[in-house]
Design a protein around this ligand. Structure first.
Ligand code: I3S
Length: 130
């Protein structure tokens, strides 16, 4: 048990802004709905937060607008570059979860998306060995 606790405390962390859309749920295709998201990697979980711009204005403080929209358990997930026919956007990653959910993640600046690719793939590998 100590080993797991030690490993968890050394899990990679990252946060930043990305564009994302869910494209499949339980193996079933769903309509894309791209939106910007404050994205947080912590403890082997990736959390996409709601776009504050989509929240009703005036009735909430800034902090209460940071609401999780999707939470992805990375254990058993896979991440790679999305095929060209998945999106007309550039720098698109495709994340598939064990539960049959699929997300596209995108950012125009290549270095930013490459950093996410690396840190999430490293996390998935880390989780494989726990
Ligand atoms: O794969 P699709 O269906 O061509 O994705 C595009 C659509 O979701 C489109 O919205 P509506 O057709 O629902 O109005 C979005 O505005 C586009 O951004 C989607 O395509 P890209 O290539 O941007 O992922």
């Amino acid at each position: 048990p100590n080993l797991v606790i030690t490993s968890c405390s050394q899990m990679l962390e990252k946060a930043g802004i990305l564009n994302k859309t869910k494209v499949a749920e339980n193996g079933k295709r769903i309509r894309k709905n791209w939106s910007q998201s404050w994205t947080v990697l912590h403890g082997g979980i990736l959390t996409f937060h709601r776009d504050p711009k989509s929240a009703p204005a005036g009735n909430a403080s800034k902090s209460s607008q940071i609401v999780p929209e999707f939470t992805v358990e990375l254990r058993g997930s896979s991440l790679g570059w999305a095929a060209k026919d998945k999106s007309s956007k550039k720098n698109v990653l495709e994340l598939r979860t064990r539960q049959g959910c699929e997300f596209l993640m995108q950012y125009d600046t290549e270095s930013i998306i490459c950093d996410w690719l690396k840190v999430i793939q490293d996390t998935i590998r880390q989780l494989d060995h726990l």
